[in-house]
Design a protein around this ligand. Sequence first.
Ligand code: ADP
Length: 259
Amino acid sequence: AEASLRQSQKMEAIGQLTGGIAHDFNNMLTGIIGSLDMMRRRIADNRFDGLERYLETALGSAERAAALTHRLLAFARRQPLEPRALDVAAVIQSVAQLVTHALPESVTLRLAIADDLPHALADSNQLENAVLNLAVNARDAMPDGGELVISASLADPARVAAIDGAGEYLLISVADTGGGMPPEIVERVFEPFFTTKPLGQGTGLGLSMVYGFAQQSGGTVRIDSRPGSGTAIDLYLPTTRTAPVADDQVSAPAHKGAG
Ligand code: ADP
């Protein structure tokens, strides 16, 4: 039950689109396995007529599954975003509410959100998914308990110079006191499908999606992790000084927003 709870939280974090894809993919595998199984039985019975029909079904399913994984990869890398001026504190608070239900008693959650932050220019659903993914990873890194800290502040200009050398950034950091990662793992965590979690517990898509989201938003992600000293994942997002756009105006082009 714990594994399926974790899985369902993970799917929630990845979003409806990926959840739908996993479901469809499973249906296609069922089609392939069913057709191959029918073929095997017929061959065992020396009934070679009509085999082509099963072969065709299996091939068709496999081709659709392949097309689906391409879409999934494209989704992980560059899904369409709706960047808007958003209140990062509100997003973090809503993630915190979700996350507290999923934390064991041995893990404490602390928020450290600076006052008077400018708005971030990003897609709010994507930011919520990203922070949720990072928080779930942090929890998973602390099976023996610890502290999860989600913080938001104005990024130190010296540290963001490498992003594009101009502009102002928000730093959203998700830190844990878990086991940390050796450099050879840190190097690979942004790869789609890279996971060290047991089968059925990790998709390996969380951090690749966080990375894709940051890139698409004109920001970046940095990892500060060492074995034995926990992990901090730092998400840098560009700020905007224009007022947030109301929900009923989302279809209006961004440059015609308030200002
Ligand atoms: P998943 O969580 O499904 O494995 P992710 O892409 O989110 O996929 O993470 C990939 C891998 O990165 C994890 O399997 C884990 O090995 C490592 N990782 C991510 N976050 C942390 C963390 N906070 N502490 C330690 N390892 C982490």
